[in-house]
Design a protein around this ligand. Structure first.
Ligand code: ADP
Ligand code: MG
Length: 253
């Protein structure tokens, strides 16, 4: 494992495209299944969705015998706690992370940041500048794409191309791909992305109900949870594992 902690954000100007979802899925997959030490910094004011999710997940585990048993078994096997979800503002996100890393006796391998979509705030820009890598979900919607590509171009010229900053790359990936949609539409968009010299990942994420699933109620199947990795069975066909593996290559985990 790397000696330096990697800072990673799923980030874009657009809301509702999967930033929070992929932050949680990647954090849980790497922390609970792959043995990395992960931390999450939730600075998506005012929603703080991951902090809320962690509260709900914890209550559910406390009130449900099956989940409680599962949590206990997992703790015994992994011999480590759940990853922390640290609440912060975009301005103090980096400090929050570095303080945490300093005070942990075990090496932290990777910190995921869930930042707000507004880039016109100083705090967000300086936090983005401190990332090692940014991953940006895109959907095949003209409005989403136009705004996202302009965001990606700005970040690329302002931060990636500037050696003063840590940021080594921004990588786009397709999310919510509808199988019935015309593939030539994607081809046209991809030509534009290539022409702009932006990075597009090869893994795409299909539009599937699983991505809306949380650990709720009596159902024993888990997909998006801050306390457990996604069920193997539910991962199949979601391309989630493929995406995280590709991310792992990019960030040299
Ligand atoms: N591939 C997908 N298929 C279906 N639903 C998805 C997919 N990706 C994200 N979603 C759903 O879209 C909604 C917005 O996602 P979220 O991660 O909260 O976005 P953001 O953090 O960017 O605002 C959520 O309800 C999520 O479950
Ligand atoms: Mg969000």
């Amino acid at each position: 494992m790397k000696s330096k902690t990697l800072f990673v954000a799923f980030s874009t100007q657009k809301g509702g495209v999967g930033k929070t979802t992929f932050t949680v899925l990647a954090a849980s997959y790497l922390h609970y299944l792959k043995g990395y030490n992960v931390a999450v910094v939730d600075c998506d004011y005012p929603q703080h969705s991951i902090t809320t999710m962690r509260k709900r997940d914890s209550e559910l585990v406390n009130n449900n015998q099956n989940y409680k048993m599962l949590a206990y078994k997992q703790f015994k096997t992994l011999n480590k706690k759940a990853y922390p979800v640290l609440c912060a503002t975009p301005e103090d996100a980096i400090e929050t992370a570095t303080d945490y890393i300093k005070n942990e006796k075990d090496e932290t391998d990777i910190v995921f940041f869930d930042l707000p979509g507004t880039v016109n705030s100083e705090g967000v820009i300086s936090s983005l500048a401190a990332m090692d890598y940014i991953f940006t979900p895109i959907t095949a919607d003209r409005v989403v794409l136009e705004s996202t590509l302009s965001f990606a171009m700005t970040i690329d010229s302002l931060l990636v191309q500037n050696s003063e900053f840590n940021l080594k790359g921004l990588h786009l990936f397709w999310n919510q791909v509808d199988k019935r949609e015309r593939t030539d539409l994607y081809e046209v968009y991809e030509q534009t992305i290539n022409a702009l010299e932006l990075n597009l990942m090869t893994t795409y994420i299909p539009d599937t109900k699983r991505y809306k699933k949380e650990m709720f109620g009596e159902s024993p199947s888990i997909f998006r949870s801050t306390l457990f990795p996604a069920d193997k069975r539910l991962m199949r066909g979601s391309n989630m594992e493929e995406l995280i593996t590709e991310i792992g290559y990019i960030i040299k985990l």
